[in-house]
Ligand binder design. Structure first.
Ligand SMILES: [Zn+2]
Length: 376
């Protein structure tokens, strides 16, 4: 199969290319070139996306497949008590939604009942359509710590934590998720109170960096010194802007008394400023939605990419944050994230030019995963 791209943004640090052809065979990209590089008959039969932009399939390194990102707090709380069978069905539905929005790889960072592993197997066996799935299986926290209520593995002290890590690896985890701090949560019993103090947040980030984590998730409430540390450490920072922005939007629209809009706004604005500061200091900023968190929907990568631009990142950097850099962050840079010969043919075709109008990442024309069209 030959694909003609009007504009190609390949997920590397290189420039965008116009009017080029992508050859796909057996799920892999075999060549990229001009019309003259291919046989005339092949060029004549090319799938014509000359009016569109082709970018790599999006990689969301932070999702929770068993949850949907509903903004309504009461409905959401009821989800924790739900039957596991329903959670599993919801995960299937979430997967399909992600793929339709151009997400071809997700990393599930924690959920109950091994749902994330079943889902991974189901996708690998082509039982259900969806992005390829990586997962940490259970997130590890201290007893009663953040996310323990969502099937987390509680562990205290070095010996228990070693055992908990081994359990995840034995069970098929692709990565290990450790909860280093509590969360900045505006929707618990003490509405209006930020659970985590800035000092605790800073200490959590510093300890994470010192421990040698590969990716840092959220990182709210940090200061410029810590943002500089993030840049210097070489860690991939996934600031997950979507749930912050969604919480703020929800709070404003519904004027609910349970959501302290001013508090959320202050945390969100600070978070955005630190993302820009870290980016300007050379940090590897990666797009990730925390899909399943309050208001963060599966497939919302278009939103996260636009929010990175809103922070002040150039559009090309925001796209790379969701493709080439995200692939590095999840350890699959050899296979996905860039459109180069030998890589998997995960392609997202967009109506518009995201370099001049980032909102067009939402305007999906087609999605190919391993060279196979899944949505149009
Ligand atoms: Zn999360």
């Amino acid at each position: 199969m030959l694909i003609k791209a009007g504009l190609l943004i390949d997920g590397t640090a290189g420039p965008a290319q116009t009017d080029c052809y992508i050859a796909v065979d057996n799920g892999l990209i075999t060549a990229i070139g001009r019309a003259g590089d291919f046989a005339a008959a092949q060029v004549a039969a090319a799938v014509d996306y000359s009016a569109y932009t082709v970018i790599p399939g999006l990689i969301d390194p932070h999702v929770h497949l068993f949850l949907e990102g509903i903004a309504d707090i009461k409905s959401r709380s009821a989800r924790w008590q739900e039957d596991k069978e329903l959670m599993l069905i919801r995960a299937v539905s979430n997967l399909a939604r992600s793929l339709k929005q151009g997400v071809t790889t997700v990393r599930d960072l924690g959920g109950p009942y091994g749902i994330n592993l079943y889902i991974k197997k189901a996708v690998n066996q082509s039982i259900v359509p969806g992005p390829r799935v990586l997962t940490c299986r259970q997130a590890i926290s201290i007893t009663g710590g953040h996310f323990h209520y969502a099937g987390g593995r509680e562990a205290d002290g070095p010996d228990e934590i070693i055992k908990a890590v081994r359990e995840q690896v034995k069970g098929g985890a692709d990565c290990i998720k450790i909860m280093m701090t509590g969360c900045v949560n505006f929707v618990c019993q003490n509405a209006g109170a930020v659970e985590l103090s800035p000092a605790e947040a800073l200490e959590g980030v510093r300890q994470s960096l010192a421990s040698g984590v590969t990716t840092l998730e959220h990182g709210a409430l940090i200061d410029e010194t810590t943002a500089n540390l993030i840049a210097a450490s070489g860690v991939y920072w996934v600031p997950t802007l979507v749930p912050f922005e969604r919480m703020l939007e929800y709070g404003r629209n519904y004027q609910t008394r349970t959501l302290p809009v001013a508090g959320i706004e202050a945390v969100y604005e600070r978070h955005k400023a630190m993302v820009l500061h870290a980016y300007q200091s050379g940090a590897k900023i990666v797009a990730g939605t925390d899909a399943g968190a309050l208001g963060a929907g599966h497939g919302d990568m278009w939103r996260e990419i636009a929010l990175l631009v809103d922070c002040g990142l150039p559009p090309v950097a925001a796209l790379r944050a969701a493709t080439g850099l995200a692939a590095q962050a999840v350890g699959l840079a050899e296979e996905i994230g860039t459109l180069l010969p030998g890589k998997r043919a995960d392609l997202l075709i967009l109506a518009g030019n995201p370099l001049t109008d980032i909102s067009c990442v939402r305007r999906v024309v087609a999605v190919l995963k391993d060279g196979i069209a899944n949505a149009s």
